[in-house]
Design a protein around this ligand. Structure first.
Ligand code: ZN
Length: 186
């Protein structure tokens, strides 16, 4: 349970913790309101982008140096996941991209998300238009490493399906520490 949600989004009364059917939930302190924060996992699209024959990894501006990942983002209301991942690649990398493959669905418990992972080929020049990424780099598929969780498992699975033998990445200590701290709220 994420108990950092402090106020009811319906009536702004402080939330309280209450046990419902054996599970602690954040509920509205006003019984007349009845809001319950179910904290269900949130779907996120993830795009493993291939550009000029290499994979593109990037670091979000909120991540420590040494941490990197792929393009991810939330779906807009009623948006198709395939449209969302193409849109995110355009917004974050400035590339026109086409999906080549749906890689799979991955749980991401650390952030209580469900990842829908795609492989895309991007065209054009990388420009980081929306400022969400601090830096990016190209990696040869033959020496791309994966990280042991979240989108990293999609990177691993995709590389293996392409016939590569990706190895797990040794994370720097500051990244390990950051991963153990509570995740940022989106
Ligand atoms: Zn309320």
């Amino acid at each position: 349970m994420d108990d950092r949600r402090r106020y009811c989004p319906v009536c702004a009364t402080p939330l309280m913790t209450k046990r419902l059917s054996g599970i602690d939930r954040r509920v509205c302190g006003d019984p007349g309101c009845g809001f319950v924060f179910w904290d269900n996992p949130i779907p996120v699209v993830a795009g493993i982008v291939e550009h000029e024959g290499q994979l593109v990894f990037a670091r979000n501006v909120r991540w420590p140096k040494g941490m990197y990942g792929v393009v991810t983002g939330f779906l807009e209301p009623r948006e198709e996941p395939r449209d969302a991942v193409v849109r995110e690649v355009a917004e974050e990398l400035g590339l026109a991209a086409e999906i080549t493959e749906f890689i799979g669905v991955y749980g991401f418990a650390r952030k209580n998300q469900i990842l829908l992972a795609y492989h895309l080929v991007g065209h054009g020049e990388i420009t980081l238009p929306d400022g969400e990424l601090a830096e990016y780099f190209h990696v040869d598929k033959a020496c791309a490493q994966y990280w042991p969780g979240g989108t990293g498992l999609a990177v691993r699975d995709w590389l293996q399906r392409q016939g590569f033998d990706p190895q797990p990445r040794q994370l720097p200590p500051e990244v390990e520490a950051w991963l153990k701290a509570p995740p940022e709220l989106d």
